[in-house]
Write a protein that binds this ligand. Structure first.
Ligand code: ADP
Ligand code: ZN
Length: 532
């Protein structure tokens, strides 16, 4: 006799095989265990609870933060002839009553519900208690489970109370799903949902069909974006501010690209309309802030461009990951220039207590640390995929064959002399008992005439202005290499400062050469990495 699991997979869902990681989750769910499954966007997590829901007794409750997401999933299940329904604030009383009756009659397998509704005392003690008694409950599925964590990017206080739902219904198994991979969020989910001996499944976050590239941001960047848009396929362009979103959408339209804006400043109706039109392929390009994308299931996004620097690596991974959910080749491009660093630093300085106007130091420190990771990513000459996966605690051995640094490795240039200049600048400052971060040291080397430089008397240093021949970007690349290779240390002194270490001396004494990947923008022929 055929295995009921594979049988259901084929005949109810129409899939021939499981995707990597799916089957193990399904087996644990069927065994009635608590579980936490961490899968990248597009990894196919819905199937991991929908399939067990069909094979277990009783109704499976699915908590999901977004109404659009619930409607979407119920519609898809309907299309497959699987009885699912949702209850939320968009339904009138009559429709709610009809749906509840169908559930009580045992006609529905999956019930999607918003956390606010689920937690209402009336609902919990009334309808749900009756349902549990008459039909039985099979499991509590918590979708987008990172919402329980303040460390996640989308904290929802109601999610914290979900544990009470399972307490109320005795041993109801809890299956938590998320695409957020950081260890801290993971631990928080297990604790907040009080998962018991949870089976934790972590699928690989590698998205082999995505091509990652970073491009230097300059006056040619808009042209490149235009080319990307004209080459076809649905795309998303992410910008930092509403204003930039609006401007860029208008500009693209003027240039004949079918683009619409999306940001939190538009009213809800307009946002919905733009989103619907995008999903229906009525419009090709969405220019958006990060408000756009969560829970939007458009499998055939062919490219995602970040026209401004993302705030965190994780954010970048998630936003770029909205491309290619169908598994077909897609392209993710990040534009980055020195101006982005200033903007990011400016935004970090805006993080102040609204009452007192004092800096929120912890938040600022965290934001600076995250910014540094993003800069490391953007400026690195290493495989982009391996950097992203390392961030998620995964090891990946490059080359990946689908990122700019693997496909078109950059030339390396000898920067030993520049490295010596930089290190001796740090040494000169140390002789005066001064310690500074990278940007000040680079300003000194380039002979910048700023108030800070004058105030600190740096114009008298012998290293002042000796490095005018290199651009700021080139100097940053030198410093980054020194940091990466452990040839200089960065320590905290209220803010990050540079210090020499034993290995710095070997560079200063000329015993060690320093090679740096060229920073000059690659020619626009960079398109060639696209998979056919
Ligand atoms: P996410 O993990 O982002 O929620 P989904 O559950 O929406 O991902 O699945 C992404 C896509 O993958 C959907 O189009 C889904 O139908 C498809 N999919 C899921 N599992 C399989 C499978 N075993 N074989 C083929 N396609 C699958
Ligand atoms: Zn690579």
């Amino acid at each position: 006799m055929a295995d009921p699991v594979h049988d259901t997979l084929k005949h109810r869902f129409g899939f021939d095989a499981f995707r990597p990681g799916q089957e193990a989750v399904v087996r644990d769910a069927l065994a009635g265990r608590d579980l936490l499954a961490i899968m990248p966007t597009g990894g196919g997590k819905s199937l991991c609870f929908q399939l067990p829901a069909l094979l277990r007794e009783g109704v499976t409750l699915v908590v999901s933060p977004l109404i659009a997401l619930m409607q979407d999933q119920v519609r898809l299940l309907d299309g497959m002839g699987i009885a699912a329904t949702f209850l939320n604030s968009t339904l009138d009383a009559g429709e709610t009553a009809r749906r509840q009756q169908a559930l009580l009659d045992g006609k529905t397998t999956l019930l999607y519900v918003a956390p606010e509704r689920l937690l209402l005392a009336d609902f919990l003690g009334g309808f749900l208690a009756t349902l549990a008694e008459r039909v039985g409950l099979s499991a509590l599925v918590v979708d987008e489970a990172h919402c329980v964590s303040e460390w996640g990017h989308d904290f929802r206080p109601e999610y914290r109370q979900l544990a009470t739902v399972r307490e109320r219904f005795g041993g109801l198994p809890c299956w938590a799903f998320t695409a957020t991979a950081t260890e801290r969020v993971r631990r928080d989910i297990v604790a907040q949902l009080t998962l018991r001996e949870a089976a934790v499944h972590v699928a690989s976050f590698n998205r082999p069909n995505l091509y990652y590239a970073v491009r230097h941001k300059d006056r040619h960047s808009y042209r490149e974006l235009l080319e990307q848009a004209r080459s076809g396929g649905s795309g998303i362009v992410y910008c930092l501010s509403r204003k930039r979103v609006e401007e860029l959408a208008v500009k693209l339209r003027d240039d004949g690209v079918d683009a619409l804006p999306y940001h939190a400043g538009l009213d809800a109706d307009m946002r919905r309309e733009h989103q619907d039109r995008y999903i229906r392929d009525d419009v090709q390009v969405m220019v958006a802030t990060i408000a756009f994308g969560m829970g939007i299931n458009k499998p055939d996004v062919r490219w995602v461009v970040h026209f401004d620097l993302p705030r965190t690596i994780e954010g970048y991974y998630q936003e770029a990951g909205r491309a290619g959910r169908d598994g077909e080749a897609a392209r993710c491009t990040l534009y980055f220039g020195a101006g982005d660093i200033r903007t990011a630093e400016f935004l970090i300085q805006q993080k102040v207590d609204p009452q007192t106007g004092e800096a929120l130091e912890d938040e600022q420190r965290l934001a600076r640390q995250q910014l540094r990771q993003v800069l490391d990513y953007a400026e690195s000459s290493a495989c982009r995929r391996s950097i992203q996966l390392r961030y998620f605690g995964e090891t990946f051995t490059p080359p990946c064959g689908a990122c700019d640094n693997c496909v078109e490795p950059r030339n390396r240039v000898d920067r030993t002399v520049a490295a010596q200049q930089l290190l001796s600048c740090i040494a000169r400052l140390a002789q005066r008992n001064q310690r500074f971060g990278g940007s000040t040291v680079i300003d000194i080397l380039r002979g910048a005439d700023t108030e800070k430089i004058r105030r600190n008397g740096h114009t008298d240093l012998s290293t002042y202005g000796i490095g005018r021949d290199l651009s700021q970007d080139e100097w940053r690349a030198v410093l980054r290499t020194l940091l990466h290779e452990g040839l200089v240390d960065e320590t905290q002194d209220g803010y990050p400062v540079l210090r020499l270490n034993a290995d710095s001396r070997s560079v200063l004494r000329g015993e060690r050469r320093v090679e740096v990947a060229e920073t000059s923008p690659r020619p626009a022929a960079g398109r060639k990495g696209r998979r056919s």
